[in-house]
Design a protein around this ligand. Structure first.
Ligand code: B1M
Length: 641
């Protein structure tokens, strides 16, 4: 239940109760070593829920935000409080980005209509005023209050440049424009870094010259981007921002994932150290995949301080034993070797849904280990074949990648050879144009195939769909990343555009119509969009309702489009209940559509529990599932006739 005046007067001395923790963290970062390994936690949403505060107040009222975080940290015994507001939004919001606010979840940019799509949009934008625009003053007030209440230097939080540009341009648009018009994307980076971020951060440094900083970079990691994008856009802009902010070494961006996807993990860590020179941070799910021992060895070799991050899902879902095991291993391996006294632990992240008991179990596990209680001493669970343990429940690797690689050797060559075997040249040329991301060629080849008398159905099945099948398999196996998938889908769409008028005129039906939506309260759409692309590539008509979608809107559109299937995606545990509400709304109104669900936190069990018709772990499975549903409907129609 949310209360209106949630906080009672403070009973903790915030000026002293975190002293030991602050000392330990600064000794770790200085490389001088700490008597005990401290921990830090991303925990603002957890604090909001724990204190029973409405998000609209928590993320807008500096007093409530700071007090809520400090009180929760003191009450639960955190080593240090770590105040992280909705860092992904501040810069874009202050430039005019549209925000969505919720009651029980941090606010977020809704970039369904992005702020920057064209040169004209960019030219129209006025840089924000760091002292006046939107919630930039909220951030300043939070830092001042934190300093007043704790007597400690605050940490200036900001959005990593690449994620920040994605907020202005929308992720897919940013990736596609990097391929089509890199100069334009570089211009957007220049605007964001030079005219928005640097002035904002420097204005905060004016008030707190000795503050620390940290940039959050959700999208700045593999497999959302490729190593080439990292090298061309991400790292240079982090370095530029550092330069523009007085060349301070503390200017850092530390929350990359993707270590387990890198071709050369140690080289990836070298790159991470450019973004965060003072320490190496490796977090789950990648840490569990790559292994703590290998990570520790690398940090020891370089003599850099090390941070290990425990997965949000483990902290949230438990079970208790998994939380304790994970923390104990990370503490033990992290503190081993000659540089073991420059290790700290990270709890990433305690969400609004993390039960307080789990937070307490985690903190007790850390403190118990420090006190010498070590039931798992000498045991290492990470880095082995048990990678599914990186996720709770039945799910495999992150975003469904890494489950399809059952071919030996070069999977791409094997799949391409198989797909093209015995194919007419015209179809294998179309196939190749998609595989090689050649949009213009794809459109020309499809037109030529039509002129040569090939049917739309054959062009789809033998050329475009066959290529998207291969792309899906390569994505599942981790051989290609999200950018390649987006770019190949663009080539496939160029071919599809040539067929579209003929398909419409001939009334040749698509394989089925699928309504797709990210559910209410949720603004994540990268996974949903990939599912849409794969389905479109498989010959389905897609009606994409976007993000944060009201159940009644979904019903209305399902009716209007005479949908064969309704697809719901969710990335937040907080938005999963809206999946259930949507399924219930269909049921209550007697609308019997097959509803399929997916998204990282969604499981088959959950799908069954809420009465969804189907569940898919990833985009490739979603295509198989939709094909099956259509085939079953076809069979029962025939039986009925
Ligand atoms: Co957010 N975020 N995020 N985020 N974000 C997560 C999901 C989180 C796990 C990070 C963390 O804390 N470790 C966490 C959720 C915690 C929880 O709920 N337990 C989280 C949070 C909390 C938040 C905010 C509240 C801010 C914050 O971090 N405190 C805020 C919320 C905004 C809101 O929605 N209201 C927020 C914001 C953002 C950004 C805007 C910065 C950005 C989203 C950009 C965008 O989508 N346009 C973002 C991102 C990128 C992430 C991470 C890094 C990646 C998510 C993603 O795109 N995955 C994520 C952490 C992580 O995973 N490392 C995180 C890639 C995508 C391809 O995978 O969507 O799973 P996925 O799709 C797969 C399958 O699941 C499946 O197919 C896809 C391809 O194979 N699939 C379906 C998906 N939908 C399907 C539907 C189907 C079938 C299959 O049938 C219909």
């Amino acid at each position: 239940m949310l209360t209106e005046t949630p906080l009672t007067e403070a009973k903790y001395d915030y000026k002293t109760c975190f002293d030991k923790g602050f000392d330990a963290v600064s000794n770790v970062l200085a490389g001088t070593g700490s008597d005990f390994p401290p921990f830090v936690a991303q925990m603002s949403e957890f604090a909001m829920a724990y204190q029973g505060i409405n998000a609209k107040e928590f993320f807008a009222n500096p007093e409530v935000f700071v007090e809520g975080n400090l009180r929760t940290s003191a009450e639960l015994g955190f080593d240090v409080p770590d105040l992280i507001w909705d860092v992904y939004d501040i810069e874009c919001e202050a430039t005019g980005g549209k925000m969505s606010w919720f009651d029980e979840l941090s606010p977020a940019i809704n970039n369904t209509t992005p702020l920057i799509s064209t040169e004209k949009d960019l030219a129209k934008l006025t840089p924000p005023d760091p002292y006046k625009s939107a919630r930039m003053p909220f951030v300043r007030d939070v830092l001042h209050l934190f300093h007043e209440m704790t007597g400690k230097q605050p940490t200036i939080r900001f959005c990593g440049p690449l994620t920040c540009v994605a907020q202005y341009m929308q992720f897919e648009q940013m990736i596609l424009r990097m391929d089509e018009d890199p100069d334009f994307v570089h211009k957007v980076f220049r605007f964001v870094v030079e005219e928005v971020q640097a002035p904002f951060i420097n204005s905060l440094f004016k008030d707190f010259p000795n503050a620390g900083t940290n940039g959050s970079d959700a999208i700045g990691s593999l497999p959302f981007i490729s190593e080439e994008i990292l090298d061309e856009y991400s790292i240079p802009n982090i370095l530029k921002l550092r330069k523009l902010c007085g060349d301070r070494k503390v200017l850092q961006v530390d929350n990359w994932w993707g270590d387990s996807f890198a071709k050369d993990t140690e080289k990836y860590w070298d790159k991470k150290l450019q973004a965060t020179p003072r320490y190496l941070k490796i977090q789950d799910p990648d840490l569990f995949q790559v292994g703590t021992v290998r990570s520790r060895e690398y940090a020891t070799k370089l003599g850099v301080p090390l941070q290990f991050g425990v997965d949000n899902h483990v902290l949230q879902e438990g079970p208790e034993e998994e939380i304790v095991k994970r923390i104990h291993e990370y503490m033990e391996v992290g503190t081993s070797g000659p540089h073991g006294d420059t290790f700290f632990l990270y709890l990433c992240n305690l969400s609004a849904q993390t039960p307080p008991e789990h937070a307490k179990i985690a903190i007790d596990a850390i403190k118990g280990w420090r006190a010498g209680d070590r039931p798992y001493e000498g045991k290492v669970f990470s880095g082995g074949e048990t990678d599914s343990a990186a996720r709770s429940g039945e799910k495999g690797r992150w975003m469904g990648i890494g489950q399809g690689g059952d071919l030996e050797g070069n999977m791409r060559v094997a799949l391409e050879t198989e797909a093209k075997e015995g194919k007419k040249k015209v179809f294998s040329d179309i196939y190749d144009s998609v595989m090689e991301y050649r949009d213009d060629d794809c459109a020309v080849l499809v037109a030529e195939a039509l002129d040569a008398g090939e049917t739309c159905g054959d062009i789809l099945d033998e050329g475009l769909i066959a290529a998207m099948d291969t792309i899906g398999a390569l994505f599942s196996s981790g051989e290609i990343f999200v950018p390649e998938m987006l770019i190949s889908a663009r080539a496939m769409k160029a071919g599809l555009e040539i067929l579209r008028p003929i398909l419409t005129a001939s009334k040749e039906p698509p394989k089925g119509t699928v309504i797709m939506a990210t559910v209410q309260g949720d603004l994540h759409d990268i996974g949903k969009n990939l599912v849409c692309m794969m389905l479109e590539g498989a010959g389905f008509k897609i009606v994409d309702l976007g993000v944060n979608t009201d159940p009644q809107d979904i019903i209305r559109n399902a009716e209007k489009e005479k949908a064969d299937i309704v697809g719901l995606s969710a990335l937040l545990t907080t938005s999963m209940p809206f999946m259930m509400l949507t399924v219930n709304a269909f049921r209550d109104e007697g609308k019997d559509y097959p509803i399929i669900v997916g998204g990282a936190p969604v499981t088959r069990d959950f799908a069954d529990k809420i009465g969804a018709h189907g569940y898919a772990d990833n985009a490739v499975e979603a295509v198989t599932l939709c094909k099956r549903i259509i085939a079953e409907a076809e069979t029962s129609r025939k039986v009925a006739v």
